[in-house]
Design a protein around this ligand. Sequence first.
Ligand code: UD1
Length: 418
Amino acid sequence: MSRILIEGGIPLSGVADVHGAKNAVLPILAATVLNEGVNVIHNCPNLRDVNITLEMLKYLGANVQREGDTLTIDTRGRLGNHIPEKLMRQLRSSIVFMGAILARNKRAKISAPGGCELGPRPIDLHIKALKELGVKIRETHGYIFCNGLGMEGKEIHLSFPSVGATENIMLAACLAKGKTIIQNVAKEPEIEDLAAYLNKMGAKISGAGTSRIVIDGVERLDAAEHRVMPDRIVATTYLCCAAVTGGSVEIRKVIPDHLSASLSCLRDCGCEIAVGRDWVKLKAPGRLHSVSDITTMPYPGFPTDAQSMFLAMLCTAEGTSIIKETIFESRFKLVEELVRMGADVTVDGRIAVVRGVPKLSGADVSAADLRGGAALVVAGLAAEGMTEVENPHFIDRGYEQLEETLTLLGAKIKRLLD
Ligand code: UD1
């Protein structure tokens, strides 16, 4: 079993670049199914989740090639309707293939998706919206059978601004007859990136990034070239790593606007922050200050994906911090591990109370999900002595060359392979 070994207590310094956004590239790869051509997608990180998505595309019949961070996806010819359960189970975001395959073939057969264990992750909003577009859906023997022959544009109101449901509707509606208006959609930057790519393909989507998206269906879409946006959660992780070690870093190839909720919290913790067109500089104080209230919210609120890293970081801040998780209910699994490192954190339902201690001490801990795993690395960098993080495969879902990047910033971190 491989592990990440960290010798903590070294203030990080230097410059690091951020790779393309996992949560943007996954729906963009699914969107290549909407055209029959050769798509060129740049800034695609080499991550486990991206590679599983490529397996899905290959299973459907697409030809996939990688050269560095550029993927070429050839979707000419016949593509299948079905993604097997074995692949679907590995990735929550695989559900967006439902909208993509439906748009192309008008029929799809997929199983319920998997992904990190963050509590129940229903797909009722996806199903309800597609039914409203006229898709006939039958669920039987663990499979979802979709018939979109009668699909046409409608006005849809989401009861919650789900990122995945917004993406699924966008994908399905691009090639549906007529106009689709979606109200109360997710405003995450990844939605804007998907819309930008679809529009390059010839789609007619407006309003992405606001709570109302309008899509005028078109008859066909053409292949397109696109550069994926930077990963705002990876950027936030590196900033937290620097902040928790009392370091001073410059993180490049980011869109600072996407980070505003996290940057505002880091300022509240006492960090000096400077931003430029595509970089952020952070200088941490001797000891971080606590934050009275971090509540996770849909974008532009504080991102649930950054919550674990802030929780780990605040373990050694001066004073007591309160963190409320409103999006996913099982996002405090890492607390048990942090307590093993000497943290003083109590959890009551969706609220964590973090009483800052002067120091954490290195321990053997185990990652249980992607961001929780990254947060244990944040804690390990600050802790006295050695920390071993087991199950780094969770971290590999979302971070390319994590150890290499942190080493570049002066951390003592390496992977032990068995
Ligand atoms: C995406 C991100 C994930 C991020 C999350 C919230 C990707 C690949 N993943 O996940 O990293 O943490 O957005 O920013 O982009 N819900 C329902 N019914 C549904 C759909 C969602 O009840 O049909 C609930 C979920 O259980 C959850 C909340 O809505 O409580 C948010 O989910 P959603 O926005 O859909 O997240 P994902 O698209 O799964």
